[in-house]
Design a binder for this molecule. Sequence first.
Ligand code: NDP
Ligand code: MG
Length: 382
Amino acid sequence: MSKKITLLGSTGSIGTQSLDVIRAQGYEVFGLSAHSHVDKILEQIEEFHPKYVCMTNPDAAAKLDAALAGRANAPKLLTGPEGLKELAAMDGPDVVLNSVVGIAGLGASLTAIESGHDLALANKESLVTGGSLVTDAVRENNVKLLPVDSEHSAIFQCLAGEPYSKVERILLTASGGPFRHSTPEELRGVTPEQALRHPRWDMGAKITIDSATMMNKGFEVIEARWLFDVKPEQIEVVVHPESIVHSAVQFEDGAVKAQLGVPDMRVPIQYAFTYPARIPLQSERLDFFTLGTLHFERPDVERFPCLAIAYEALHRGGNMPCVVNAANEVLNLAFRQGRVGFCDISTTIRKVMEQAPFELHPTLDDYFAIDREVRCLTETYL
Ligand code: NDP
Ligand code: MG
């Protein structure tokens, strides 16, 4: 069956892999968005002929506007964060996929949901920062929230046909990142180049650093809490370096269901588009005989404190996960720019958590306000 899709963050790692699925299935593109990559989005416009395009960065938007001038069948151009929300709200697509990076995706997620769209969500920061607002909006508007993150898609697939109330435990797998065996001493000396080399997945820069600190896994714990309505104690992180078991669910009778496969983001992306149906995908098949042995171990929260920080933020609730996210966005970028060391990321987030004002029931405006405040506060430590 043909689908019409709006793809937010189309120039990124998830965005381009989503376009691979769209191309292979012959789906139609209704809208695309990017932030700064004008040449990349121009190529996508030529190939996919969207009706609307949003460029969130104003300088890039001006360049794109000039490049599109006089073209026949040029898409209508929207700009800035308001334009992104306008695009997310527009009638036309069967599903909106949000693969923007960071809290910049939160407004668009909520607008898509409030406009009655099913939302395929890669932008985990939407759930990390505004999890209760997003899941309340999903219930109120009776739309589907379809996980794209590979672990959450795995859990979602394990839960097909199962009542969520029968879940005892979620086993969230983690590759452990490039520094699984590094000593505390070695971790202190980690360079951005080393951290940007992930052993299993080829992803955008921000999530690759989050994977190296294991903040990504911490965020995925928070994401799972909201997606599957479980308590933090019910989510257990299992380090599994081969990344073949994408996650598992243990039910109240002790039965465990897991989803396995060769790592390939197109599988969860396509499942989010076609759910509850499955359709063929040309991808590498898992061969148990060449696979041999799989390994599982406990995460080390002493060496990777970001995982403990995320659990703590989830327990404290309210705006605390949003505080952690904002500090992490600033420190993640500062680390890539060589302005802070690898271990400063977790130690600074802890300091910021102690100083940021706590709010138990924030509104959307409160979340954006605390995000701005924490960014300034974090900068004072750099
Ligand atoms: P990338 O950095 O590769 O892509 C991010 C996309 O968002 C780009 O299209 C970028 O535009 C756009 N963007 C950047 N800043 C803004 C902004 N301020 N406002 C609006 N759009 C913006 O990231 P990934 O594709 O790796 O990740 C996207 C999301 O998916 C993240 O939340 C990540 O955690 C999640 N995810 C990613 C996985 C992966 O394998 N990559 C796996 C699971 C989840 P431009 O290119 O023009 O700058
Ligand atoms: Mg993941």
